[in-house]
Design a protein. Structure first.
Length: 293
């Protein structure tokens, strides 16, 4: 029996992942699965596991570089209505993993629910944001998370309360699980002040980073303890370095921009060259922040 028998409407074959990543790069997923709800997702995940099929979850594809060869397995994407639902029950907002995070920030501010504006300007889906504990200088999502409902690798649906969650620098203990819903505990506050803070953070961020409209994957490397990967790359004179259609941003050296005609391989070669430069000149071995599939 085919692994998705009975769920044919939710699965496409050989879907180009370039359509689903911010880089607009990457080859096809052998199977691209958009389940209608969490129960179907759990059933299909169980079937993948039983057959030893490799799988991944794609949010908005912000932080991912898919190789030109694509992904020989199952890619789940939670874009059905059931995963985009948002419910406000102050002080908690319940959001599906597929909900758009920047829109959620604005909707919370409008309702006087405060806290998310510290993450202004970070694109992505709610599930992706929580799974990687997205954040920056002004804060991160982890401390605001009250509970997370996941599909476990064995296909069971489970809600993890705050005590069971671990968040670190751009990591959480949600890797290997599929986030389906998140409860965020916010504070009551003045929408006008929160909106002003949102605007200020957004402006500060984009004064120093390429705009979200550019084809990037956010910061490529994790910051080494006590330092900034961008500062190190810049210090090695790497701004503007290019490989094919990939180029290190002139605005912030920890971003690689893709131009028309770029391939995923161009980005990978540029990553290797930049890492090699920094290793040679500073002795620091930079680690990737983005995921490579
Ligand atoms: N710097 C340079 N040259 C550059 C980039 C930075 O000299 O090309 C210097 C800056 O002048 C500053 C220092 O390095 O003195 C730190 O730079 P910045 O404030 O831009 O912060 P960052 O450590 O490079 C981190 C996150 C960003 C986040 C910003 C702001 C990481 C890897 N990066 O960058 O997150 O937006 O702080 O909060 O943690 C991301 O995760 O994708 C990301 C972009």
């Amino acid at each position: 029996m085919c692994w998705f028998a009975g769920y044919e409407a939710s699965v496409r074959r050989d879907e180009p992942l370039s359509r689903h990543t911010w880089y607009r790069l990457g080859g096809p997923a052998r199977w691209f699965c958009t389940p209608p709800d969490a129960e179907t997702l759990a059933t299909l995940l169980t079937r993948c596991r039983e057959r030893g099929l490799p799988w991944r979850v794609l949010g908005q594809g912000v932080n991912v570089l898919v190789r030109d060869a694509g992904f020989d397995g199952v890619v789940f994407r939670l874009d059905a209505d059931a995963f985009g639902r948002v419910e406000f029950r102050p002080p908690v907002v319940w959001a599906g993993a597929g909900a758009d995070f920047p829109k959620l920030i604005r909707r919370c501010i409008d309702r006087g629910l405060i806290g998310l504006e510290a993450l202004a300007g970070i694109p992505g889906s709610v599930g992706g944001i929580v799974r990687m504990n997205a954040g920056g200088r002004w804060g991160e999502i982890g401390p605001l998370v009250r509970s997370v409902t996941v599909v476990e690798p064995d296909g069971t649906l489970r809600t993890l309360e705050r005590e069971a969650l671990e968040f670190g620098y751009r990591r959480s203990n949600l890797a290997g699980r599929i986030v389906v819903e998140v409860g965020l505990e916010l504070a009551a506050g003045d929408p006008a002040a929160a909106l002003e803070r949102h605007r200020r953070i957004w402006e500060e961020k984009y004064a120093t980073q390429p705009p979200v409209s550019h084809r990037t994957a956010g910061c490529i490397f994790r910051n080494p303890p006590g330092d900034s990967a961008g500062r190190l790359l810049d210090g090695c004179g790497l701004k503007g370095l290019s490989c094919g259609g990939a180029r290190i941003s002139e605005r912030h050296a920890n971003f690689i921009e893709a131009a028309d005609g770029a391939t995923a391989d161009d980005i990978l070669r540029l990553i290797d060259r930049a890492r090699e430069h920094v290793r040679r000149e500073t002795g620091v071995e930079l680690e990737l922040e983005i995921e490579i599939w």
